[in-house]
Design a protein around this ligand. Structure first.
Ligand SMILES: C[S@@+](CC[C@H](N)C(=O)[O-])C[C@H]1O[C@@H](n2cnc3c(N)ncnc32)[C@H](O)[C@@H]1O
Length: 283
């Protein structure tokens, strides 16, 4: 009979042997996600037995993880801004660096009681929109994604987080179908140059949807469309916050300026010091 502690040790050892960077942490997360446990269950109740079929299921998941499948995909969820998001095959796994956009928006609109109208273009799991709505209790928001599967998943996530009453998610191509204006437009568009996708980590290139990654030949296709659309989407005094890939600040700033938008300070940096969130406003 296997105990929780025994299975944790076994899976952590397998992860270490496979060269994962944080084997113990990932093994813990796999057990928690796979068995629906909290941290305390792996400490105070570590000697409890794991049913044989559960142990077999977790060993199979562990083997897939050791073979390069992301943990978030295996357990079907990921935390972002301390909120829990379910994933679908059509959604990107939300990344910690994207929290830089949320932080930038909070700094731009310090009044948390503001009745902001928020637009999230390319909403994926709904991570950015949900994070913002959770911080602005009087705000309303619209998420748009070209992928039906992503839009469905975003709707589910917003509902589970109690935000359905203040949000809507529609399927669409960027802001093509939108004729209203917003206080805050956020977007984390696909920005990887197409030829670089094959060289990305296996976890990304094989498990994140191409639609969420592929930014066209130079990685800037989506920014061109967004720059052209933003002047018609922002109210006077409104702001747009766009995520950037590494080294894209200058090019994206030039596209925004060419569309008649003004820069709002230098791009905000993420925890690794990378210019990650560019802020722009109507001229
Ligand atoms: C990098 S992902 C970001 C997802 C999510 N906002 C996040 O930060 O985790 C880009 C998203 O844009 C969506 N997308 C790609 N092309 C689009 C388009 N033409 N119109 C609307 N959404 C698009 C993708 O389906 C994907 O969900």
């Amino acid at each position: 009979m296997t105990t929780r502690a025994g299975l944790l040790r076994e899976i952590a050892a397998a992860f270490a042997a496979a060269g994962l960077e944080t084997p113990e942490r990932e093994a813990r997360a796999l057990l928690k996600g796979g068995l629906g446990l909290a941290d305390i269950d792996l400490v105070a109740r570590a000697d409890l037995p794991v049913a044989e079929e559960d142990a077999a299921r977790l060993r199979a998941l562990a083997a897939r993880r050791a073979d390069g499948e992301p943990l978030a995909r295996l357990v079907g969820r990921r935390e972002f801004w301390s909120l829990d998001f379910s994933l679908a095959p059509e959604t990107l796994v939300p990344r910690p660096e994207t929290e830089t956009l949320v932080e930038a928006a909070l700094a731009l609109f310090p009044d948390r009681a503001a009745k902001l109208r928020i637009l999230d273009l390319g909403t994926g799991t709904g991570a950015i929109l949900a994070a913002l709505l959770s911080e602005y209790p009087n705000a309303v928001g619209l998420g748009i994604d070209l992928s039906e599967g992503a839009a469905r998943q975003a709707r589910d996530n917003l509902a589970r987080l109690g935000l359905a009453g203040r949000s809507a998610v529609i399927v669409g191509r960027w802001a093509e179908a939108i004729h209203s204006r917003f206080d805050l437009v956020a977007s984390n568009p696909p920005y990887i140059p197409a030829r670089d996708i094959a060289a990305l980590d296996k976890e990304v290139r094989e498990h994140d949807p191409r639609l969420a990654l592929d930014g066209g030949a130079d990685g800037l296709d989506a920014y061109r469309v967004l720059a052209a659309a933003l002047p018609g989407l922002l109210v006077p005094g409104g702001r747009a916050v766009l995520e950037l890939g590494i080294g894209q600040e200058e090019d994206v700033a030039a596209l925004l300026a060419a569309a008649g938008l003004s820069a709002d300070g230098p791009a905000r940096r993420d925890l690794s010091g990378i210019a990650r969130a560019i802020v722009t406003r109507p001229a």
